[in-house]
Write a protein that binds this ligand. Structure first.
Ligand code: GUN
Ligand code: FE
Length: 439
Protein backbone atom coordinates (compact mmCIF):
# COMPACT_ATOMS: atom_id res chain seq x y z
CA UNK A 1 0.00 0.00 0.00
CA UNK A 2 1.13 3.55 -0.64
CA UNK A 3 0.02 4.53 2.84
CA UNK A 4 -1.21 2.89 6.03
CA UNK A 5 -2.60 5.01 8.86
CA UNK A 6 -3.37 3.83 12.39
CA UNK A 7 -5.56 5.73 14.86
CA UNK A 8 -9.14 6.29 16.01
CA UNK A 9 -11.55 6.75 13.11
CA UNK A 10 -15.05 8.20 12.86
CA UNK A 11 -17.22 8.49 9.76
CA UNK A 12 -20.76 8.03 8.45
CA UNK A 13 -20.83 5.22 5.93
CA UNK A 14 -23.90 6.24 3.92
CA UNK A 15 -25.72 9.49 3.10
CA UNK A 16 -29.39 9.92 3.92
CA UNK A 17 -32.13 12.53 3.62
CA UNK A 18 -33.59 11.25 6.87
CA UNK A 19 -31.80 12.71 9.89
CA UNK A 20 -32.85 9.74 12.02
CA UNK A 21 -30.87 7.42 9.72
CA UNK A 22 -27.58 9.29 10.06
CA UNK A 23 -26.61 7.83 13.43
CA UNK A 24 -27.44 4.33 12.20
CA UNK A 25 -24.64 4.63 9.68
CA UNK A 26 -22.06 6.05 12.07
CA UNK A 27 -18.85 4.04 12.46
CA UNK A 28 -16.24 4.44 15.17
CA UNK A 29 -13.05 2.41 15.41
CA UNK A 30 -11.11 2.76 18.65
CA UNK A 31 -7.99 1.30 17.05
CA UNK A 32 -8.31 1.35 13.28
CA UNK A 33 -6.09 0.95 10.25
CA UNK A 34 -6.74 2.83 7.01
CA UNK A 35 -5.11 1.44 3.89
CA UNK A 36 -4.55 3.72 0.91
CA UNK A 37 -3.36 2.98 -2.61
CA UNK A 38 -2.71 5.66 -5.23
CA UNK A 39 -4.66 8.32 -3.36
CA UNK A 40 -7.73 6.12 -2.91
CA UNK A 41 -9.01 4.21 0.09
CA UNK A 42 -8.58 0.45 0.00
CA UNK A 43 -10.42 -0.06 3.27
CA UNK A 44 -10.77 0.82 6.93
CA UNK A 45 -10.21 -2.07 9.35
CA UNK A 46 -9.89 -2.82 13.00
CA UNK A 47 -6.17 -2.91 13.71
CA UNK A 48 -6.28 -6.57 14.74
CA UNK A 49 -7.63 -7.59 11.32
CA UNK A 50 -6.05 -4.89 9.21
CA UNK A 51 -2.52 -5.63 10.38
CA UNK A 52 -2.70 -9.03 8.68
CA UNK A 53 -3.13 -7.25 5.33
CA UNK A 54 0.07 -5.26 5.76
CA UNK A 55 3.08 -6.20 3.67
CA UNK A 56 6.50 -6.29 5.23
CA UNK A 57 7.53 -3.17 3.30
CA UNK A 58 4.54 -1.08 4.47
CA UNK A 59 5.20 1.83 6.80
CA UNK A 60 2.40 2.56 9.25
CA UNK A 61 1.80 6.21 10.18
CA UNK A 62 0.93 5.89 13.85
CA UNK A 63 -1.67 8.38 15.12
CA UNK A 64 -2.85 6.52 18.19
CA UNK A 65 -4.37 9.07 20.57
CA UNK A 66 -5.56 11.17 17.64
CA UNK A 67 -9.01 11.11 16.04
CA UNK A 68 -9.22 10.82 12.26
CA UNK A 69 -12.30 12.01 10.38
CA UNK A 70 -13.02 12.61 6.69
CA UNK A 71 -11.82 15.96 5.33
CA UNK A 72 -14.26 18.79 5.96
CA UNK A 73 -16.42 20.06 3.11
CA UNK A 74 -17.15 23.79 3.03
CA UNK A 75 -20.13 24.33 0.74
CA UNK A 76 -20.04 28.11 0.60
CA UNK A 77 -17.32 30.75 0.82
CA UNK A 78 -15.64 33.58 -1.07
CA UNK A 79 -11.87 33.40 -1.38
CA UNK A 80 -11.48 37.08 -2.41
CA UNK A 81 -13.05 38.15 0.88
CA UNK A 82 -10.33 36.59 3.02
CA UNK A 83 -8.62 39.92 3.59
CA UNK A 84 -11.77 41.73 4.82
CA UNK A 85 -13.11 39.14 7.23
CA UNK A 86 -14.59 40.75 10.35
CA UNK A 87 -15.49 44.13 8.78
CA UNK A 88 -17.41 46.21 11.31
CA UNK A 89 -20.88 47.58 11.52
CA UNK A 90 -22.96 46.74 8.44
CA UNK A 91 -25.67 44.33 7.37
CA UNK A 92 -25.67 42.59 4.01
CA UNK A 93 -26.40 45.27 1.41
CA UNK A 94 -24.30 48.09 2.91
CA UNK A 95 -21.61 45.53 3.84
CA UNK A 96 -21.33 44.63 0.15
CA UNK A 97 -21.04 48.29 -0.89
CA UNK A 98 -18.71 49.37 1.89
CA UNK A 99 -16.30 46.48 2.22
CA UNK A 100 -16.87 43.66 -0.24
CA UNK A 101 -16.88 45.30 -3.62
CA UNK A 102 -13.68 47.31 -2.99
CA UNK A 103 -11.93 44.15 -1.74
CA UNK A 104 -13.03 42.17 -4.79
CA UNK A 105 -11.76 44.92 -7.09
CA UNK A 106 -8.17 43.93 -6.18
CA UNK A 107 -8.55 40.61 -7.99
CA UNK A 108 -8.23 42.24 -11.35
CA UNK A 109 -4.53 42.01 -10.50
CA UNK A 110 -3.36 38.49 -11.27
CA UNK A 111 -0.38 38.55 -8.91
CA UNK A 112 -2.70 39.51 -6.05
CA UNK A 113 -5.10 36.73 -7.02
CA UNK A 114 -2.33 34.12 -6.97
CA UNK A 115 -0.94 35.30 -3.66
CA UNK A 116 -4.40 35.30 -2.06
CA UNK A 117 -5.27 31.90 -3.54
CA UNK A 118 -2.22 30.36 -1.89
CA UNK A 119 -3.07 32.02 1.41
CA UNK A 120 -6.71 30.98 1.18
CA UNK A 121 -6.03 27.32 0.39
CA UNK A 122 -3.54 27.18 3.22
CA UNK A 123 -6.26 28.49 5.54
CA UNK A 124 -8.62 25.76 4.35
CA UNK A 125 -6.04 23.03 4.89
CA UNK A 126 -4.93 24.32 8.28
CA UNK A 127 -8.59 24.08 9.32
CA UNK A 128 -9.03 20.54 7.99
CA UNK A 129 -11.12 21.54 4.98
CA UNK A 130 -10.20 19.51 1.91
CA UNK A 131 -13.06 20.35 -0.47
CA UNK A 132 -14.92 23.61 -0.97
CA UNK A 133 -17.40 25.31 -3.26
CA UNK A 134 -15.87 28.73 -3.78
CA UNK A 135 -16.80 32.11 -5.25
CA UNK A 136 -14.14 34.02 -7.17
CA UNK A 137 -14.70 37.59 -8.33
CA UNK A 138 -16.06 38.82 -11.63
CA UNK A 139 -12.51 38.64 -13.02
CA UNK A 140 -11.73 35.36 -14.81
CA UNK A 141 -8.11 35.60 -13.64
CA UNK A 142 -9.36 35.19 -10.04
CA UNK A 143 -10.58 31.69 -10.91
CA UNK A 144 -7.50 30.82 -12.98
CA UNK A 145 -5.40 31.68 -9.92
CA UNK A 146 -7.46 29.62 -7.47
CA UNK A 147 -7.63 26.57 -9.72
CA UNK A 148 -3.90 26.71 -10.50
CA UNK A 149 -2.96 26.58 -6.83
CA UNK A 150 -5.61 23.94 -5.99
CA UNK A 151 -4.29 21.85 -8.89
CA UNK A 152 -0.78 21.90 -7.46
CA UNK A 153 -2.13 20.74 -4.08
CA UNK A 154 -4.31 18.04 -5.65
CA UNK A 155 -7.41 19.31 -3.85
CA UNK A 156 -10.97 18.54 -4.91
CA UNK A 157 -12.37 21.99 -5.50
CA UNK A 158 -15.37 23.56 -7.21
CA UNK A 159 -15.26 27.26 -8.09
CA UNK A 160 -16.52 29.83 -10.51
CA UNK A 161 -16.23 33.39 -11.73
CA UNK A 162 -18.91 35.68 -10.32
CA UNK A 163 -21.41 36.81 -12.94
CA UNK A 164 -23.00 40.21 -12.35
CA UNK A 165 -24.22 42.95 -14.63
CA UNK A 166 -26.19 45.43 -12.52
CA UNK A 167 -26.58 47.09 -9.12
CA UNK A 168 -22.84 47.02 -8.42
CA UNK A 169 -19.98 49.44 -9.15
CA UNK A 170 -18.90 49.80 -12.79
CA UNK A 171 -15.53 48.29 -11.97
CA UNK A 172 -17.20 44.97 -11.04
CA UNK A 173 -19.92 44.72 -13.67
CA UNK A 174 -19.83 43.14 -17.09
CA UNK A 175 -22.22 42.63 -19.97
CA UNK A 176 -24.12 39.34 -20.32
CA UNK A 177 -22.10 38.67 -23.50
CA UNK A 178 -18.74 39.09 -21.72
CA UNK A 179 -19.99 36.99 -18.84
CA UNK A 180 -21.02 34.18 -21.16
CA UNK A 181 -17.78 34.19 -23.12
CA UNK A 182 -15.50 34.32 -20.11
CA UNK A 183 -17.47 31.65 -18.27
CA UNK A 184 -17.41 29.37 -21.28
CA UNK A 185 -13.63 29.76 -21.58
CA UNK A 186 -13.16 28.93 -17.90
CA UNK A 187 -15.34 25.83 -18.17
CA UNK A 188 -13.31 24.64 -21.14
CA UNK A 189 -10.06 25.27 -19.29
CA UNK A 190 -10.90 23.86 -15.85
CA UNK A 191 -14.09 21.80 -15.62
CA UNK A 192 -13.23 18.14 -14.84
CA UNK A 193 -9.50 18.81 -14.98
CA UNK A 194 -8.42 16.22 -12.41
CA UNK A 195 -10.33 16.97 -9.22
CA UNK A 196 -11.37 20.48 -10.28
CA UNK A 197 -14.92 21.37 -11.26
CA UNK A 198 -16.67 24.48 -12.44
CA UNK A 199 -19.64 26.21 -10.82
CA UNK A 200 -21.77 28.76 -12.66
CA UNK A 201 -21.80 31.66 -10.21
CA UNK A 202 -24.43 34.37 -10.64
CA UNK A 203 -23.79 36.43 -7.47
CA UNK A 204 -27.48 36.76 -6.52
CA UNK A 205 -30.73 37.93 -8.11
CA UNK A 206 -30.25 41.68 -7.39
CA UNK A 207 -26.97 41.87 -9.38
CA UNK A 208 -28.39 39.84 -12.29
CA UNK A 209 -30.43 41.19 -15.18
CA UNK A 210 -32.97 38.90 -16.85
CA UNK A 211 -30.52 38.68 -19.78
CA UNK A 212 -27.72 37.52 -17.48
CA UNK A 213 -29.86 34.79 -15.91
CA UNK A 214 -30.82 33.70 -19.42
CA UNK A 215 -27.08 33.32 -20.12
CA UNK A 216 -26.70 31.18 -17.00
CA UNK A 217 -29.61 29.04 -18.09
CA UNK A 218 -28.11 28.59 -21.54
CA UNK A 219 -24.71 27.59 -20.12
CA UNK A 220 -26.36 25.16 -17.75
CA UNK A 221 -28.12 23.46 -20.65
CA UNK A 222 -24.91 23.38 -22.63
CA UNK A 223 -22.83 22.06 -19.69
CA UNK A 224 -25.32 20.01 -17.63
CA UNK A 225 -22.67 18.49 -15.36
CA UNK A 226 -21.38 21.84 -14.04
CA UNK A 227 -22.43 23.11 -10.62
CA UNK A 228 -24.36 26.28 -9.77
CA UNK A 229 -23.83 28.43 -6.68
CA UNK A 230 -25.62 31.59 -5.62
CA UNK A 231 -27.22 33.36 -2.65
CA UNK A 232 -30.85 33.00 -1.62
CA UNK A 233 -32.97 34.87 0.90
CA UNK A 234 -30.25 35.89 3.32
CA UNK A 235 -31.52 39.26 4.54
CA UNK A 236 -35.04 40.74 4.77
CA UNK A 237 -34.10 43.96 2.91
CA UNK A 238 -32.59 41.83 0.17
CA UNK A 239 -35.81 39.80 -0.06
CA UNK A 240 -37.86 43.02 -0.42
CA UNK A 241 -35.45 44.26 -3.08
CA UNK A 242 -35.81 41.06 -5.08
CA UNK A 243 -39.60 41.43 -4.89
CA UNK A 244 -39.38 44.90 -6.36
CA UNK A 245 -36.90 43.90 -9.07
CA UNK A 246 -38.88 40.80 -10.11
CA UNK A 247 -42.52 41.67 -9.35
CA UNK A 248 -43.81 38.96 -11.67
CA UNK A 249 -42.17 36.16 -9.61
CA UNK A 250 -44.02 34.65 -6.67
CA UNK A 251 -40.94 34.60 -4.43
CA UNK A 252 -37.13 34.85 -4.34
CA UNK A 253 -36.42 31.25 -5.32
CA UNK A 254 -38.99 31.64 -8.09
CA UNK A 255 -36.55 33.96 -9.87
CA UNK A 256 -33.89 31.23 -10.08
CA UNK A 257 -36.39 28.47 -10.71
CA UNK A 258 -37.94 30.30 -13.66
CA UNK A 259 -34.51 30.10 -15.35
CA UNK A 260 -34.19 26.41 -14.41
CA UNK A 261 -31.29 27.13 -12.08
CA UNK A 262 -32.63 24.84 -9.34
CA UNK A 263 -31.81 21.12 -9.20
CA UNK A 264 -29.06 18.68 -8.35
CA UNK A 265 -25.71 20.42 -8.13
CA UNK A 266 -27.39 23.77 -7.36
CA UNK A 267 -26.29 25.14 -3.99
CA UNK A 268 -28.17 28.06 -2.46
CA UNK A 269 -26.39 29.85 0.37
CA UNK A 270 -28.34 31.02 3.45
CA UNK A 271 -32.01 30.25 2.62
CA UNK A 272 -33.17 31.92 5.83
CA UNK A 273 -36.41 33.75 5.02
CA UNK A 274 -38.24 31.18 2.89
CA UNK A 275 -41.96 30.64 2.43
CA UNK A 276 -43.59 27.21 2.13
CA UNK A 277 -43.52 27.31 -1.63
CA UNK A 278 -39.78 27.93 -1.64
CA UNK A 279 -39.10 25.02 0.73
CA UNK A 280 -41.22 22.76 -1.46
CA UNK A 281 -39.41 23.93 -4.56
CA UNK A 282 -36.00 23.15 -2.99
CA UNK A 283 -37.26 19.69 -2.12
CA UNK A 284 -38.94 18.97 -5.45
CA UNK A 285 -35.90 20.04 -7.47
CA UNK A 286 -33.36 18.25 -5.19
CA UNK A 287 -31.49 21.50 -4.71
CA UNK A 288 -29.09 21.92 -1.80
CA UNK A 289 -28.66 24.69 0.74
CA UNK A 290 -25.54 25.93 2.52
CA UNK A 291 -26.06 26.67 6.21
CA UNK A 292 -23.71 29.52 7.18
CA UNK A 293 -24.19 30.16 10.89
CA UNK A 294 -21.25 32.46 11.63
CA UNK A 295 -22.10 34.67 8.67
CA UNK A 296 -25.80 34.80 9.49
CA UNK A 297 -25.03 35.82 13.05
CA UNK A 298 -22.27 38.29 12.10
CA UNK A 299 -24.34 40.17 9.50
CA UNK A 300 -27.47 39.88 11.66
CA UNK A 301 -29.19 38.09 8.78
CA UNK A 302 -31.35 35.70 10.79
CA UNK A 303 -31.60 32.14 12.05
CA UNK A 304 -31.52 29.30 9.54
CA UNK A 305 -34.36 26.86 10.21
CA UNK A 306 -32.45 23.58 10.35
CA UNK A 307 -35.41 21.63 11.69
CA UNK A 308 -37.63 22.72 8.81
CA UNK A 309 -34.87 21.96 6.35
CA UNK A 310 -34.53 18.44 7.74
CA UNK A 311 -38.30 17.91 7.71
CA UNK A 312 -38.37 18.97 4.06
CA UNK A 313 -35.57 16.51 3.28
CA UNK A 314 -33.54 19.23 1.60
CA UNK A 315 -29.82 18.48 1.26
CA UNK A 316 -27.73 20.55 3.67
CA UNK A 317 -24.05 21.44 3.65
CA UNK A 318 -22.16 23.68 6.06
CA UNK A 319 -20.69 26.94 4.78
CA UNK A 320 -18.24 29.25 6.50
CA UNK A 321 -19.17 32.04 4.06
CA UNK A 322 -15.84 33.79 4.61
CA UNK A 323 -15.61 36.89 4.58
CA UNK A 324 -19.13 37.51 5.98
CA UNK A 325 -18.49 34.40 8.07
CA UNK A 326 -15.99 34.93 10.83
CA UNK A 327 -13.92 31.76 10.66
CA UNK A 328 -12.45 29.17 8.30
CA UNK A 329 -12.86 26.57 11.03
CA UNK A 330 -15.53 23.95 10.41
CA UNK A 331 -15.36 23.01 14.10
CA UNK A 332 -16.28 26.55 15.12
CA UNK A 333 -18.92 26.69 12.40
CA UNK A 334 -20.54 23.53 13.83
CA UNK A 335 -20.45 25.05 17.31
CA UNK A 336 -22.30 28.14 16.06
CA UNK A 337 -24.76 25.95 14.14
CA UNK A 338 -25.61 24.24 17.41
CA UNK A 339 -26.31 27.62 19.04
CA UNK A 340 -28.46 28.81 16.13
CA UNK A 341 -30.56 25.66 16.53
CA UNK A 342 -30.70 26.19 20.31
CA UNK A 343 -32.19 29.66 19.79
CA UNK A 344 -35.04 27.87 17.99
CA UNK A 345 -35.38 25.14 20.65
CA UNK A 346 -33.89 22.55 18.30
CA UNK A 347 -30.98 20.22 19.10
CA UNK A 348 -28.24 19.51 16.61
CA UNK A 349 -26.46 16.31 17.63
CA UNK A 350 -22.70 15.91 17.25
CA UNK A 351 -23.28 12.99 14.91
CA UNK A 352 -25.48 15.03 12.57
CA UNK A 353 -23.14 18.00 12.81
CA UNK A 354 -20.10 15.95 11.74
CA UNK A 355 -22.21 14.37 9.01
CA UNK A 356 -23.08 17.79 7.58
CA UNK A 357 -19.41 18.81 7.73
CA UNK A 358 -18.27 15.68 5.86
CA UNK A 359 -20.45 13.18 3.97
CA UNK A 360 -23.58 15.36 4.13
CA UNK A 361 -21.67 18.24 2.57
CA UNK A 362 -20.34 15.87 -0.09
CA UNK A 363 -23.90 14.67 -0.71
CA UNK A 364 -25.15 18.27 -0.97
CA UNK A 365 -22.47 18.82 -3.63
CA UNK A 366 -23.32 15.53 -5.38
CA UNK A 367 -19.78 14.34 -4.63
CA UNK A 368 -20.69 11.54 -2.21
CA UNK A 369 -19.38 9.00 -4.72
CA UNK A 370 -15.89 10.51 -4.44
CA UNK A 371 -15.42 11.86 -0.92
CA UNK A 372 -16.99 12.16 2.54
CA UNK A 373 -16.04 8.94 4.34
CA UNK A 374 -13.59 6.01 4.48
CA UNK A 375 -15.44 3.60 2.19
CA UNK A 376 -13.33 1.65 -0.33
CA UNK A 377 -12.64 3.56 -3.53
CA UNK A 378 -13.15 7.01 -2.04
CA UNK A 379 -10.47 9.62 -2.46
CA UNK A 380 -8.23 9.65 0.61
CA UNK A 381 -8.93 13.13 2.03
CA UNK A 382 -8.98 13.25 5.82
CA UNK A 383 -8.08 15.21 8.93
CA UNK A 384 -6.08 14.03 11.92
CA UNK A 385 -7.62 15.79 14.93
CA UNK A 386 -5.96 16.33 18.27
CA UNK A 387 -8.85 16.46 20.75
CA UNK A 388 -6.46 17.59 23.51
CA UNK A 389 -4.77 20.58 21.92
CA UNK A 390 -5.14 22.94 24.90
CA UNK A 391 -5.09 22.52 28.71
CA UNK A 392 -8.85 23.12 28.92
CA UNK A 393 -9.53 20.62 26.14
CA UNK A 394 -7.25 18.09 27.83
CA UNK A 395 -9.20 18.41 31.04
CA UNK A 396 -12.59 18.34 29.34
CA UNK A 397 -11.71 15.52 26.95
CA UNK A 398 -10.57 13.31 29.82
CA UNK A 399 -14.14 13.46 31.16
CA UNK A 400 -15.78 12.41 27.89
CA UNK A 401 -17.45 9.01 28.09
CA UNK A 402 -18.00 8.24 24.42
CA UNK A 403 -17.19 9.36 20.89
CA UNK A 404 -20.27 11.59 20.62
CA UNK A 405 -19.38 13.52 23.73
CA UNK A 406 -15.85 13.93 22.40
CA UNK A 407 -17.09 15.16 19.03
CA UNK A 408 -19.49 17.55 20.72
CA UNK A 409 -16.74 19.02 22.87
CA UNK A 410 -14.59 19.39 19.73
CA UNK A 411 -17.31 21.47 18.11
CA UNK A 412 -17.88 23.48 21.29
CA UNK A 413 -14.27 24.23 22.26
CA UNK A 414 -12.42 23.35 19.08
CA UNK A 415 -10.81 25.41 16.35
CA UNK A 416 -7.73 25.27 14.12
CA UNK A 417 -5.53 24.31 17.08
CA UNK A 418 -7.16 20.87 16.96
CA UNK A 419 -6.03 20.21 13.40
CA UNK A 420 -2.93 18.02 13.63
CA UNK A 421 -2.60 17.03 9.98
CA UNK A 422 -4.60 17.35 6.79
CA UNK A 423 -4.34 14.72 4.06
CA UNK A 424 -5.37 15.17 0.45
CA UNK A 425 -5.26 12.34 -2.09
CA UNK A 426 -3.49 10.04 0.35
CA UNK A 427 -0.76 12.55 1.13
CA UNK A 428 -0.20 14.78 4.17
CA UNK A 429 -0.32 18.28 2.67
CA UNK A 430 -0.52 20.27 5.90
CA UNK A 431 0.91 19.40 9.25
CA UNK A 432 1.08 21.27 12.53
CA UNK A 433 4.69 20.16 13.13
CA UNK A 434 5.89 21.70 9.92
CA UNK A 435 3.79 24.75 10.47
CA UNK A 436 5.43 25.25 13.84
CA UNK A 437 8.89 24.58 12.51
CA UNK A 438 8.31 27.02 9.68
CA UNK A 439 6.97 29.66 12.07
N1 GUN B 1 -25.07 38.18 -1.34
C1 GUN B 1 -24.55 38.62 -2.49
N2 GUN B 1 -23.21 38.68 -2.45
C2 GUN B 1 -22.87 38.24 -1.22
C3 GUN B 1 -21.61 38.05 -0.56
O1 GUN B 1 -20.54 38.29 -1.11
N3 GUN B 1 -21.67 37.57 0.70
C4 GUN B 1 -22.84 37.29 1.33
N4 GUN B 1 -22.81 36.82 2.57
N5 GUN B 1 -24.02 37.46 0.74
C5 GUN B 1 -24.04 37.93 -0.52
FE1 FE C 1 -21.76 34.21 0.48
Amino acid sequence: YTQAVRGQFFDITQPSDDPAAIAEHARYLEDGLLLIEDGHIVGLYNWSEGRKLLRSTDDVADYRGKLIVPGFVDTHLHYPQTEMIGAWGEQLLSWLETYTFPAERQFENEAHAIQMSAFFLNQLLSNGTTTALVFGTVHPQSVDALFSVAWQLGMRMIAGKVMMDRNAPDYLTETPEQSEQQTRELITRWHKKGRLNYALTPRFAPTSSPELLAVVERLRTEFPDTWLQTHLSENTQEVEWVKSLWPEQKNYLGVYDSYHLTGRRSVFAHAIHLDDDEWNCLQRTESAVAFCPTSNLFLGSGLFNLQRCQQQRVRIGMGTDVGAGTTFSMLRTLGEAYKVAQLQSFRLSACEAFYYATLGGAYALDLDNCIGNFMPGKEADFVVLDPQATPLQRLRDSHCRDIYERLFVLMTLGDDRNIWQTWVNGRAVWSRDECEVAA
